[in-house]
Design a protein around this ligand. Structure first.
Ligand SMILES: *Cc1c(COP(=O)(O)O)cnc(C)c1O
Length: 493
């Protein structure tokens, strides 16, 4: 048992005695208990971890945190071998880990945003271990461009436009502004000086691109005349940013893309629109009305539109720049475009994702869209199956209920993006819903869910259908563990 400092105060000499019992590194590694550990993890790593383990033990002993008997027990080669094995396993375990997302937040940035379609995952895996014709024109036997794998598809979705794909949308905006407005001014409404999420702040990206911010209007109202007054020979571009994760209500006025496009054309400066989530299809049928398709933004007269690959689009992390050919060409030649170019796996996964849209099968094949399209009735049927399974396994059916709720699109997309859903609501047998949530998160695979009003809420909208069974098993185990826990432990808390 670890003792609190101060509980046990060995004298300096007794500490020295205890430490004298520690084995030498070489002798420990050569001992029988270490042989499988060295075989599994390799001698260099086992040696380094053993040194760390011994150093920790020495520090604990020196600080008086351990009794002499405890130091002796931990200093055995059997114990040290187990400790080193544990350290190595934690260090080498595959990560990031697969989790069950039962939060109902479809584009969950902390959980990796969009899960890929089967075709996109297969394309990614196929190119991972092989050489591919990434930049090689097989018909001519000479160097090609990696964009040739994506361009023909994008051109069909955005007729007359050229496209560039980079690593993410932040990079897409940065390379646009750098290529078009470095050393010049970018006119942007004060209502669009947004922070999208951890480390993405529009003004910072803008200044990192070398362009200068020219703020216009106010937080709640920016008129066309404000933009017009800011135009000068120093203007490099007009920028419009989708305020994707918040909404200003009340006395507001924003200037539309159409109005800005007219102004930009008259002034001869490009209009760049950061369209954030960049859906490729109309999501109106899903009740999402504030997310116009990216093509509509171009139809409204934007010269360039940028968007993410892994938000509503439902592909891998990527950033798209689509629009006027001569501008895209200019951006392509910027060194920053080279710095954030997509690798071969990304190219394959983007292409496969776009293919689902071209064939009109995005709502079946692309997981984010498939999840958003799920009707509450279907979610309820799946929740009922999980409920039955858990009730059967634990006898704790009275703790489970299905209730109405809302799922969210999330991920800095569509602040109003809520969809009606059916939740599986679970009461903890001891009333400790937070404890139940923690146990679900602790296990394998971890289940991420939320607690509200003393109940654990699971939304199966964002659970992959093939994870329903494991979700039921994890929930049953978490409830079972609670029931079988001795009462004495519980009342102490
Ligand atoms: C999400 C978002 C970004 C950042 O995109 P990443 O692909 O995460 O780099 C930029 N602008 C807007 C409006 C966004 O919603």
């Amino acid at each position: 048992m670890v003792q609190k400092p101060g509980n046990h105060r060995p004298t300096a000499s007794s500490r020295r005695d205890a430490l004298r019992g520690l084995p030498a590194v070489g002798a420990a590694l050569a001992s029988r208990p270490f042989s499988p550990v060295v075989r599994r993890h390799g001698a260099p790593l086992a040696t380094a971890l053993l040194r760390e383990s011994l150093a920790d033990l020495r520090a604990d002993a020196a600080a008086g945190r351990l009794s002499r008997a405890e130091v002796r027990r931990r200093a055995t080669t059997a114990h040290l071998a187990r400790d080193v094995d544990g350290r190595a396993n934690a260090l080498l375990a595959p990560a990031p880990r697969v989790v069950v997302n039962a939060t109902g937040v479809v584009i969950h940035t902390n959980l990796g945003r969009a899960p890929l379609s089967g075709a996109a995952a297969a394309a990614l895996a196929a190119s991972a271990r092989c050489y591919v014709d990434l930049e090689y024109d097989l018909s001519r036997g000479r160097r090609g461009s990696r964009m040739t794998h994506i361009e023909p598809l994008v051109e069909r979705m955005f007729p007359g436009c050229a496209a560039l794909v980079v690593n993410n949308n932040a990079a897409a905006i940065m390379v646009c502004l750098r290529a078009l407005a470095r050393g010049r001014e970018v006119i942007l409404s004060r209502g669009e000086l947004v922070e999208i999420g951890d480390s993405f702040r529009v003004p910072e990206i803008l200044s990192a691109s070398g362009a200068r911010l020219r703020e216009v209007g106010t937080t709640n109202r920016t008129r066309l005349a404000d933009y017009e007054a800011a135009l000068s020979s120093r203007t490099g571009s007009i920028l419009k940013v989708h305020t994707s994760n918040f909404r200003i209500v009340g006395y507001t006025q924003a200037t539309s893309v159409e109005q800005l496009a007219g102004l930009a054309r008259r002034a001869g400066v490009p209009l760049v629109v950061d369209w954030g989530s960049g859906d490729l299809v109309d999501l109106g049928p899903l009740g999402i009305h504030d997310e116009l398709p990216a093509k509509t933004i171009l139809d409204h007269g934007a010269d360039l539109v940028t968007f993410s690959g892994d938000k509503l689009l439902g592909g891998p992390q990527a950033g798209f720049v689509v629009g006027r050919r001569e501008l895209v060409e200019k951006i392509r030649r910027d060194p920053l475009a080279r710095v954030c170019r997509p690798d071969r796996m990304l190219v394959g996964a983007v292409r496969a994702t776009l293919a689902s849209y071209l064939t009109g099968r995005a709502f079946e094949e692309v997981p984010t869209l498939r999840m958003l399209a799920l009707e509450p009735g279907e979610i309820d049927r799946r929740a009922r199956r999980v409920e039955r399974e858990v009730a059967r396994a634990t006898g704790a059916g009275r703790l489970l209920a299905r209730v109405d709720g809302v799922s969210r699109t999330g991920g800095g997309s569509s602040p109003a993006g809520e969809r009606p859903t059916r939740l599986l609501a679970v009461e903890a047998p001891d009333g400790d819903a937070a404890g139940l949530e923690r146990r679900l998160r602790d296990g394998d695979p971890p289940v991420v869910a939320r607690v509200k009003d003393g109940r654990l809420l699971l939304d199966l909208r964002t659970v992959l259908p093939e994870q329903d069974a494991v979700l039921a098993a994890r929930l049953a185990a978490a409830l079972g563990a609670e029931r079988s826990r001795p009462r004495a432990r519980r009342v102490r808390r």
